[in-house]
Design a protein around this ligand. Structure first.
Ligand code: SF4
Length: 403
């Protein structure tokens, strides 16, 4: 029978298991033995997990206070839809008529959630504006959202990420607005550094635009620049992957996130898969080894997650230069800090002291979101209040039991 590198670890967050073992005080050898016996993990994947968990551990500890939360804001618009996308990402041409109403509703959600945080005496740790592509909105619209966030949560946060995933959407004017509101991390996502692939997957931008956008972000001196790549895109071979990684490395981003191509049911790819042959498992593994080999040892892995139909049964990994780990990515994967998800398709996570959690996901569809926003605010208030009530019945201490 074929040996699976992740063994029986079918879930998307294998590092959560290891953090629990570290909480118990297990050593490297003891943790490996436990995960080998319980989950059948390979030694190669355990070593990767060990590195990830130990890199993330200080961030997990600092961010696990029960009165801290991070805010995720989902902007459901993009210039076009990528072949593999399953996110809420409506073309502005198609659904642009809803943008004013969407903004008004989002601002209401932000203000209501700010009031809730003040009432419960809770504090924001990080902000993440994703989607969709937030920078597909106009500078004035972006300014409204960021001003509303700052007004609702006036305390300083440790990190503020904005996804400018599509490089063709980014302008000097937008970057000035991000600067004005204290954004610390900008993500420009080429996915591939080959024009023919970008066309094939419906990205509607060129490699030249990636270079232009990165140059603008670096000139504006944001502390952290992230760049995403996808390995195993239709029609790509190992040499193409290697070139994309090397081209991205030549731009010296602070963070690089490697995704393995993943077949999502809600994507256009699912409907047209016969036109887009994918690499087989062996080639996917070769691409993965080539890409990760080029990033090590300068960049180190700090978070990872798996997806259901991920190519080669592999994983997505976030790499960073030491000291530039993305707080939001870590807390979102390790699930030890509340996440308040606002906007379309956003998930809120309410964490209890025993590390159980409850989720609340807003509708991906803009019109349904507009109808449900008030109810979402009420449910968010109920769920977050419950976590704080539960705390008052126990000693109010760090969620993290042992270090
Ligand atoms: S840029 Fe991201 S959110 Fe927008 S369509 Fe592409 S994958 Fe989806």
């Amino acid at each position: 029978m074929e040996e699976l590198p992740w063994g029986r670890l079918a879930g998307v967050r294998p590092s959560k298991q290891l953090h629990r073992l570290l909480d118990e005080g297990l050593s490297h050898a003891e943790a490996y033995q436990r995960m080998q016996q319980t989950d059948g993990i390979s030694s190669e994947k355990f070593e990767l997990l060990w590195q990830v968990a130990n890199t993330a551990r200080p961030v997990v500890a600092e961010s696990s206070q029960p009165d801290l939360f991070s805010v995720y804001v989902g902007i459901p618009f993009c210039p076009s839809r990528c072949l593999y996308c399953s996110f809420p990402a409506y073309s502005l041409k198609e659904l642009g008529m809803w943008r004013d109403q969407f903004l008004d509703t989002l601002l209401y959600e932000i203000a209501t959630t700010g009031q809730l945080a003040r009432k419960l005496q809770m504090h924001p740790d990080s902000f993440y504006l994703g989607g969709g592509t937030p920078t597909s909105l106009s500078p004035a619209e972006l300014d409204r959202i960021l001003s509303a966030l700052r007004l609702a949560f006036p305390e300083p946060v440790r990190e503020f990420t904005v996804e400018a995933g599509r490089p063709d959407t980014l302008t000097h004017e937008q970057l000035a607005i991000l600067k004005k509101h204290g954004v610390t991390r900008v993500s420009v996502n080429p996915q591939s550094m080959h024009n023919e692939t970008l066309q094939k997957i419906g990205r509607c931008h060129s490699v030249a635009e990636v270079y232009r956008a990165v140059n603008q972000v670096q000139t504006a001196a944001f502390p952290v620049l992230n760049m995403d790549l996808i390995l195993g895109l239709p029609g790509e071979n190992e040499a193409m992957v290697s070139k994309s990684v090397q081209d991205v490395l030549s731009l010296s981003p602070t963070n690089i996130t490697l995704h393995m191509f993943s077949r999502k049911r809600a994507s256009l790819f699912s409907e047209e898969r016969e036109h887009f042959p994918l690499p087989d498992k062996t080639l996917a593994a070769t691409m993965y080894r080539t890409a990760t080999g080029l990033l090590s040892p300068k960049y180190h892995p700090y978070y990872l997650y798996r997806q259901r139909e991920i190519l080669g049964d592999l994983e997505n990994i976030g790499y960073c230069l030491p000291g530039t780990e993305c707080i939001y990515n870590i807390v979102m994967i390790e699930e030890r800090q509340h996440i308040l998800g606002l906007g379309c398709g956003a998930t809120s996570k309410f964490i209890y002291q025993d590390l159980t959690l409850r989720n609340l996901t807003s509708p991906k569809d803009v019109r349904t979101y507009l109808e449900k926003a008030a109810e979402l605010c009420r449910r968010r208030e109920f769920e977050l209040t419950q976590t704080q009530k539960a705390l008052s019945h126990s000693v109010r201490s760090c969620v993290f039991p042992v270090f």
